[in-house]
Design a protein around this ligand. Structure first.
Ligand code: SF4
Length: 283
C-alpha cells in the first residue's frame, strides 16, 4: 500500500492497482507512471492550437499525449483519449515509445518548422516522469518544451519538470470552489498554487472555458482576471495572456447550448479591465 501525492486526491493504492486517473500505478511499493511511453496521439500542430498566442507565434510543435486524467470534466473535449478504455487498452498493448525516440523525431521535424515538443491531449502531469525524461533530451537538442495542463498537481511536480519547460497553457476552469468541487471534481486552491509557482518559471497562458450557467458571470471573470493581474505584479514584466473560450455541448454535458458568441466577447472585455492580453477562443 502506498499513497500518491501527485494531486489532491492522494489515492491509496495496493500493489498493482491504478489510481483514479488511470495513469499511475503502485509498483514495488511506490506510485509510478503507468502510462510511461504509451503515446495515444501525436501530430505537428500550430502552437496557437495549444493555445499559446504570445509564445513563438506562427510556429509548429510536435504534440504528443498518452491516456488518463485526474479530473472528471463532464464537458471533456478529449474524452476518447483521457477516459476511453479502448485508448488505454490500445496504448498498453502498443510498444513503448522512449524519450529518445520523441526527442529524435522532434529534431527531424525541425526542417518542417517544428520548434520542440508539446505534452498535451490527456493530462501530462499524472505521468510527469515521462515528461521530465523526454523534455530533458529535447532541451539538450536545443528545442522547446510546452505543457498543456489542468494545473491540478502538487508544486513538487513542477520542481521535477520545471527546469526543462519553456511555456505552459494552464486551465483556470472557473474561479469558484463550487465549480471545481461539483462540476470537475477538482481543487481550485491546488490550481491557484500551481499557477502561482508556474508563472515564476516560464511563459504561462491561461484558459477559461465559459459554460452557460456555471462560470459565465461578469463578477466571476472580473475576480478571476483580477487575481491573474495580481500574479503579474509579483513577477515584474510578466504579462499573462488569458483565453476566454466558447463551450460546445459534448461528452456528458449535452443539456445546454453552446455559449453565445456575444457572451464570449463581453466577458473578454470584462477581463481586459485587468489584463492586457485576452483572447477569444472557438468563436
Ligand atoms: S495523480 Fe492519479 S493516482 Fe495520483 S493522487 Fe492523483 S488521481 Fe490519484
Amino acid at each position: 500500500m502506498t499513497e500518491c501525492d501527485v494531486c489532491f486526491r492522494k489515492c491509496r493504492l495496493d500493489e498493482g492497482r491504478t489510481g483514479m486517473c488511470n495513469g499511475r500505478i503502485c509498483k514495488d511499493g511506490k506510485t509510478v507512471a503507468a502510462n510511461y511511453g504509451k503515446i495515444t496521439s501525436a501530430g505537428l500542430d500550430p502552437i496557437e492550437k495549444k493555445p499559446l498566442r504570445n509564445y513563438k507565434p506562427g510556429s509548429l510543435i510536435l504534440s504528443v499525449g498518452s491516456y488518463g486524467c485526474n479530473l472528471m470534466c463532464p464537458f471533456c473535449q478529449n474524452s476518447d483519449i483521457s477516459w476511453s478504455e479502448e485508448a488505454r487498452e490500445a496504448a498498453e498493448e502498443a510498444d513503448m515509445i522512449r524519450p529518445e525516440d520523441i526527442a529524435r523525431k522532434a529534431s527531424e521535424l525541425v526542417a518542417h518548422g517544428n520548434i520542440g515538443v508539446a505534452f498535451t491531449y490527456n493530462e501530462p502531469l499524472i505521468g510527469y516522469e515521462f515528461v521530465r525524461d523526454t523534455a530533458k533530451l529535447v532541451k539538450e537538442k536545443g528545442l522547446d518544451n510546452v505543457i498543456v495542463t489542468n494545473g491540478t498537481a502538487a508544486t513538487w511536480v513542477l520542481d521535477e519538470i520545471g527546469p526543462y519547460i519553456d511555456a505552459m497553457n494552464i486551465d483556470l476552469k472557473a474561479f469558484t470552489d463550487r465549480f471545481y468541487r461539483k462540476i470537475v471534481k477538482g481543487d481550485l486552491d491546488m490550481v491557484k498554487d500551481f499557477i502561482t509557482e508556474a508563472v515564476k518559471r516560464c511563459h504561462v497562458e491561461l484558459t477559461t472555458l465559459i459554460i452557460p450557467g456555471e462560470n459565465d458571470s461578469e463578477d466571476e471573470i472580473r475576480s478571476l482576471s483580477s487575481w491573474v493581474a495580481g500574479l503579474e505584479g509579483k513577477v515584474p514584466g510578466n504579462e499573462i495572456p488569458l483565453h476566454i473560450t466558447r463551450f460546445f455541448p459534448r461528452y456528458k454535458m449535452t443539456d445546454r447550448d453552446a455559449t453565445p458568441v456575444d457572451k464570449i466577447y463581453r466577458l473578454a472585455e470584462v477581463a481586459r479591465e485587468n489584463l492586457k492580453y485576452v483572447y477569444e477562443g472557438n468563436v
